[in-house]
Design a protein around this ligand. Structure first.
Ligand SMILES: *Cc1c(COP(=O)(O)O)cnc(C)c1O
Length: 387
């Protein structure tokens, strides 16, 4: 693609969206169609996400964050409730819990997968616990078997933050098909993108109907049905809803992306293999593990730098890579160490020692489908010679 050519020159960024003429073509078709808001491209994208994940319902929204918030609302999460989640995640996962007036109760992570440690969840349960939000870190699926079992036994809702996990699966069953509510992100760096956007999948059609209403002002009919030929001009507001629908201009790009998901996923797997082969056995670098029976979406390729054995610490590593024109990033600084969560809930250092120890060592390497194999080799060679 001529317009993407300069990507593999000079600086290697952490991530770049994979845009082809197919995305351009769909966006132009949408612009020419006279309908830019939620319409046929949204329905096509929802249908394709539904089929791909194996869920009964798919509802596009303008962000994964909005999806998580609406999921909490329809699950009845309200002031005084508690929601158990991981501290090893992006701001959105816990912020939406706060928006509902509920308390985010963090639970430490598994040292192998960096996901919420399902063996530690039960100890966090109180009478106020209403839901669990597992996050599939980097695209490695959480231990959903145990998490859904705990939820069932204690009457809790599971809301999966699957921002990283489109394409992930456990024993062939895709993330998004389980019986809770799952939220995907189409943010610019995610495995498929619409610039900004997201999608909620679930199997309960009644809850899905309520999410569709809340997504669009609490109105019981979508605009395109009202304004189309033969459409009904009547509508009723049944709740004070929100404005979280996805535009067709964005959805048109998403349709082109999801049509290419198999190829995009295969390339991410190939990149992970190249990194694994190039870096395995190198002293002081801990590679990501993929548990048996799982499909990893490889949204991130996050390694850990062991100061002593590697010869430098993580922060030095990032600075040295930057000097060599290679972009990296840290996913994540644990949420409980951020000012707001310390002040509001009294969380402090040493509360979640595994998340803290891993956070101090972790660094994400460039991971995007458009990276050339030559540049991948450059990243590996640089890491092996940087100290
Ligand atoms: C990107 C991300 C989100 C938020 O997604 P948006 O679509 O930007 O709202 C939520 N959780 C995690 C773990 C993410 O990486």
């Amino acid at each position: 693609m001529r317009f993407m050519k300069k990507i593999n020159k000079g600086y290697i960024p952490l991530s770049i969206p994979d845009i082809t003429t197919k995305e351009l073509h769909n966006a132009v078709a949408c612009l020419k169609s006279g309908w830019l808001s939620t319409g046929k491209f949204n329905f096509e994208l929802e249908e394709r996400i539904r089929k791909y994940t194996g869920s009964k319902e798919a509802i596009c929204v303008d962000s994964c964050t909005a999806g998580l918030y609406l999921s909490l609302l329809v699950s009845g999460i309200t002031a005084g409730d508690e929601v158990i989640t991981t501290p090893f995640t992006f701001a959105a996962t816990a912020n939406v819990i706060v928006h509902c007036g509920a308390k985010p109760v963090f639970c430490d992570i598994d040292p192998d997968t960096y996901n919420i440690d399902s063996r530690k969840i039960v100890k966090k349960l109180t009478k106020r616990t209403k839901a669990i939000i597992p996050v599939h870190f980097a695209g490695h699926p959480c231990d959903l078997e145990r998490i859904y079992d705990i939820a069932e036994r204690h009457g809790l809702t599971v809301i999966e933050d699957a921002a990283h996990a489109l394409g992930s699966a456990i024993k062939g069953r895709r993330i998004g098909s389980y019986n809770g509510i799952t939220c995907f992100s189409f943010y610019a760096t995610k495995n498929i993108t619409t610039g900004e956007g997201g999608c909620i999948t679930l199997n309960d059609s009644d809850i899905a109907r309520r999410i569709r209403v809340l997504r669009y002002h609490g109105i019981d009919r979508d605009a395109w049905k009202r304004y189309g030929k033969g459409g009904n001009w009547r509508y009723e507001i049944i709740e004070a809803g929100y404005k979280n629908n996805l535009s067709d201009l964005q959805a048109s790009i998403g349709v082109a992306q999801i049509k290419r998901i198999t190829q995009l996923q295969a390339r991410r797997e190939e990149i992970a293999r190249i990194y694994n082969m190039g870096l395995c056995g190198y002293p002081g670098i801990v590679l990501p593990k993929a548990g048996s029976g799982i499909t990893h979406s490889w949204h991130l390729y996050a390694v850990r730098i062991k100061n002593k054995e590697f010869g430098m610490g993580r922060d030095e590593f990032i600075a040295a890579m930057d000097k060599e024109d290679i972009g990296t990033s840290v996913h994540y600084i644990p949420l409980h160490l951020h000012a707001f969560y310390r002040k509001k809930y009294g969380y402090k250092k040493d509360d979640f020692p595994i998340a803290e120890a891993i956070s101090a060592e972790i660094v994400s390497l460039p991971m995007f489908t458009r990276i050339s194999n030559a540049n991948l080799k450059r990243v590996i060679k640089t890491i092996r010679s940087i100290r």
